[in-house]
Every structure is written in C-alpha cells, then in structure tokens.
Design a protein around this ligand. Structure first.
Ligand code: 13P
Length: 249
C-alpha cells in the first residue's frame, strides 16, 4: 500500500506567535481521512512545532537542509541538526530552492544522500516551468530531474523517498494542473520508476501533487489513481482549509 500524505509547506511564513496560533487551530480540526498529515514550518519554529505537535498525529517536517554534516556553511542546517529537534522528514528540491537559491540536480543528489544516510525520509520535489509545458517538453524535464538526483540510489532506499510533482506554473498562481494533467504526469513518473527499478518500487512510491491545491479542487485531484496526496502551500496556512484538503483524500 502506498502512503497517502497531505503535507503543508508553510514556506517563509509565520513567526513564532503565528506558528503557535496555527498549531492551536490545527489541533481543533476534526479529521475524517486516514492520510498522513505533515506540516513544514521554518527552521526557527521547528523545535517549538515539534514539541507542540508531538502527541498529535501531525508530523513536523523541514523545508530544506544542507548536504554536509557540519562545518563552514554559514546560514545552513544539517540533517543531524534536524534530527536533534525531532525532525525525521525533509522536503528537498522545491522549485523555489532551485530558482532562487540555484540548487542544482547535483546538489540535490548530495542532499538526498545525506538525508538517507541519516535515516530520514525525503519528499523530493520537481516540476516543469510554463515554457516547458507549452513546448511539450514537460515529461523530458521531469524525467531528467528525477534521474539526475535519484537514479543513483539503490532500490531498497526508495521506501524512504516520497515524490512531489509540482509544476512551477501552478505554484502560488491559482492555476492548478487539471486532474487529468496531474494524473498523466504521475503515471509517466511511475512508468519512469518502473523502467529503472521495476514494478515494486514504482507501485510502492507515493507521488504527491503540489500547485494551487485548494479545498475546492482537492477531491478531484486526489481521486486520480496515481495521485497519492498533496503538497500544499498557501492553503496550508489556514487550519480549516488545510484540513478540508486533508479530509478530501
Ligand atoms: P501553493 O499551494 O501555494 O500553490 O504552493 C504549492 C507548493 O509550492 C507546495 O510546496
């Protein structure tokens, strides 16, 4: 059985007070789905969020990490630092990291290795830009992002990898991929995994969709057979909206 996951990526939003308040609201929500629920606050609020949610069924995860264990990397955070504040899962390769902080496939491969070496779970993000979609090159782009950062991995570590397809043109734009576009791409991703690793990895790897998922469109996207959940940005900042999405699965 594939894991069904709805994860909220809070990005660079919410100071400590706002984080406390959102967590209080999250704890009040009622849940009618079996999906795993995760939230990713900023680094400064991870420990607080972990403590505040440790007795709940919401996992606190990180938005990024560095590939080195420690050292002269001003401003960076390592896997062992995340583990030391209770964080076991990390988002890597988000398109905002790729675009604004110039993270390359090569760097991401090293980050994935570091996370796995520390027995962490990785939510690995990738997705095409609008011009790739318009020129019909979207599958090639996605395939190369996956291959370059993940295809050096052994089959057995794939149980610690979750994929998140996030078309750049759908992030924060209000323009979602249609459920059919999401399904087509997710099926393509699964086929790509199948070609490289065989059906066991392909069928057991969860593939989340991210990009303007809202309470009003979540159920239709999640109803697609190869969509195993969502990575939610803007709508994850309001507890009611986030749980409407969680409960849509
Ligand atoms: P939005 O849901 O705001 O489009 O963001 C998606 C995203 O980037 C999640 O990582």
């Amino acid at each position: 059985m594939r894991r069904q996951i709805v994860a909220g990526n809070w990005k660079m939003n919410n100071d400590l007070t706002e984080t406390e308040s959102l967590i209080t609201d999250l704890k009040k929500q009622s849940r009618s789905s079996e999906a795993e629920v995760m939230v990713a606050p900023t680094f400064t609020n991870l420990w607080h969020a972990y403590e505040a949610l440790r007795l709940s069924d919401i996992e606190v995860i990180a938005q990024n990490m560095h590939f080195a264990e420690s050292g002269a990397y001003t401003g960076e955070v390592s896997a062992s630092m995340l583990l030391s504040v209770g964080i076991q899962t990390v988002i890597l390769g988000h398109s905002e990291r790729r675009a604004y902080f110039k993270e390359t496939d090569e760097m991401l491969a090293k980050k994935v290795d570091a996370a796995l070496k520390n027995n962490m779970t990785v939510i690995f993000c990738f997705g095409e830009e609008l011009n790739d979609r318009k020129s019909g090159n979207h599958e090639n782009i996605v395939e190369s992002q996956i291959k370059n950062a993940l295809f050096h991995l052994d089959e057995q570590v794939w149980s610690s990898i979750v994929l998140a397809y996030e078309p750049v043109w759908a992030i924060g734009t209000g323009e979602t991929a249609s459920p059919e576009q999401a399904q087509d791409m997710h099926a393509f991703i699964r086929k790509t995994l199948n070609d490289k690793y065989g059906s066991k990895v392909a069928e057991s790897t969860s593939i989340l969709y991210g990009g303007s998922v809202k309470p009003g469109n979540a159920a239709e996207i999640f109803s697609k057979p190869d969509v195993d959940g969502g990575l939610i940005g803007g709508a994850a900042l309001k507890a009611e909206d986030f749980f409407a999405i969680v409960n849509a699965i």
